[in-house]
Write a protein that binds this ligand. Structure first.
Ligand code: NAD
Ligand code: DAU
Length: 360
């Protein structure tokens, strides 16, 4: 019998890369992609694999507990890789409730359904020996650890200290996953990853927004003085890490994922401007003039930096790309996929951004 894996949020940025990797690398797995297709979900991200026999898509909302229960009863999933979430910090500041609903309630609905299904089929809570059959893999973020000063790295032992409504909702969902592991024996793994970049990234996040705006000669907004630091990882390296952890990780454990690749926002944007000038054959220095310093994000975390040595030493994962190479690849993808950009920026995108910039 084929192993049936539910991947939630598979039409989004990271989820689509994870779905593609699993569908193509594991023809013996049946992959069911569950996604509500919010503004951030886009089936065009998966057009190259949608006809594969081991792939299917279900449109649905993880906040709907009855729907989730019925879906688990129908499909009897062997494992879950949970990525569906509201993911943008700025949106969480203007509308926290959506983040509580999807990130917290949605996660608990999935945990309940998995607990019910797997407990029924084994008639008791799972000891570790069931590792091969069932696993709830929860994809989380380094933002749950809060903010670093100039020194130090987040490890798996760093205490949670979330600041934004987004990170508070992700921290809450992580706690629920651990609670289900500890209380009911649900076999669960959590990974906490740093900032991703790459293709199919919705142009509200720093890198794709800057690419979009430079392409259209629009202002590139940099919050505050641009001194905040993020640790960037190529999205396909994140997907490979999820594959590694899903297959080799220990239930009950947490794994940090990151590329040892810290960049001050302003330095990153300067580099991106240089790459864009070269690719668009504009005079060097053209795009830099678009940089516009705007009001800082409320509660803006200063620095994130991940220690991923546990994942590297215990499970043998390493990032594959140097940042400049990854960034060039990313820019190439956006320039070659301007229809995609046009499609995702139709709808209420402009309305949302105009409102944001006017209120800053
Ligand atoms: P995204 O916003 O691009 O995609 C989220 C997907 O979830 C979309 O396809 C959306 O339609 C779907 N979704 C949202 N609400 C839903 C609901 N109620 N029911 C069903 N589907 C729903 O997000 P992303 O950047 O790909 O992030 C994926 C996961 O990885 C999230 O859990 C996020 O917290 C985590 N993460 C992201 C990053 C990053 O840099 N982007 C880093 C670390 C961890
Ligand atoms: O660290 C992992 C997290 O990375 C994920 O959990 C989140 O889902 C993901 O959105 C991302 O969060 P950030 O807030 O770090 O990403 P964002 O791209 O929104 O911002 C990156 C940095 O750039 C941050 O310091 C804020 C700043 N910024 C962002 C935008 C959108 C700007 O200066 N200007 C902008 O227009």
């Amino acid at each position: 019998m084929k192993k049936k894996i539910l991947i939630t949020g598979g039409a989004g940025f990271i989820g689509s890369h994870v779905v593609r990797l699993f569908v193509t690398k594991y023809p013996d797995y049946n992959i069911v992609n569950l996604d509500a297709l919010t503004y951030a979900g886009n089936l065009a991200n998966l057009s190259d694999i949608e006809d594969k026999p081991n792939y299917s898509f279900v449109k649905g909302n993880i906040v709907d507990g009855d729907f989730i229960h019925n879906l688990f009863t129908e499909h009897k999933f062997d494992a879950v890789i949970h990525l569906a979430a509201e993911s943008h910090v700025d949106r969480s500041i203007s509308n926290p409730i959506e983040f509580v609903m999807t990130n917290v309630i949605g996660t608990v609905n999935l945990l309940n359904a998995a607990k019910q299904l797997w407990k029924t089929s084994n008639n008791q809570p799972h000891p570790d020996s069931h590792r091969d059959s069932n696993l709830f893999y929860h994809v989380s973020t380094d933002e749950v650890y809060g903010s670093l000063g100039n020194e130090g790295l987040f490890t798996e032992k760093t205490a949670y200290d979330p600041h934004s409504p987004y990170s508070a909702s992700k921290a809450s969902s992580d706690h629920f996953v651990r609670a289900y592991n500890d209380t009911y024996g649900l076999p669960a793994i959590i990974s906490n990853c740093s900032n991703n970049y790459g293709s199919n990234h919705f142009p509200e996040k720093l890198i794709p927004l800057a690419i979009h705006n430079i392409l259209h000669s629009k202002p590139v907004p940099v919050y505050g003085k641009g001194e905040n630091i993020r640790d960037w990882l190529f999205v396909e390296d994140h997907a490979r890490a999820i594959d590694t952890i899903f297959h080799k990780g220990k239930p009950g454990d947490t794994y940090n994922i990151g590329g040892h690749n810290e960049w001050k926002n302003i330095d990153l944007i300067m580099l991106l401007c240089k790459i864009m000038d070269k690719k668009l054959q504009r005079e060097d220095g053209t795009s830099v003039k678009l940089i516009t310093f705007v009001k800082d994000r409320a509660g803006h975390d200063l620095r994130y930096a991940i220690d991923s040595s546990k994942l590297q030493n215990e499970l043998g994962w390493t990032p594959s790309l140097q940042f400049e190479e990854g960034l060039e690849k990313t820019v190439d993808w956006y320039l070659a996929n301007q229809e995609w950009l046009k499609q995702v920026t139709s709808g209420d995108y402009l309305h949302y951004y105009e409102k944001q910039y006017i209120s800053r």
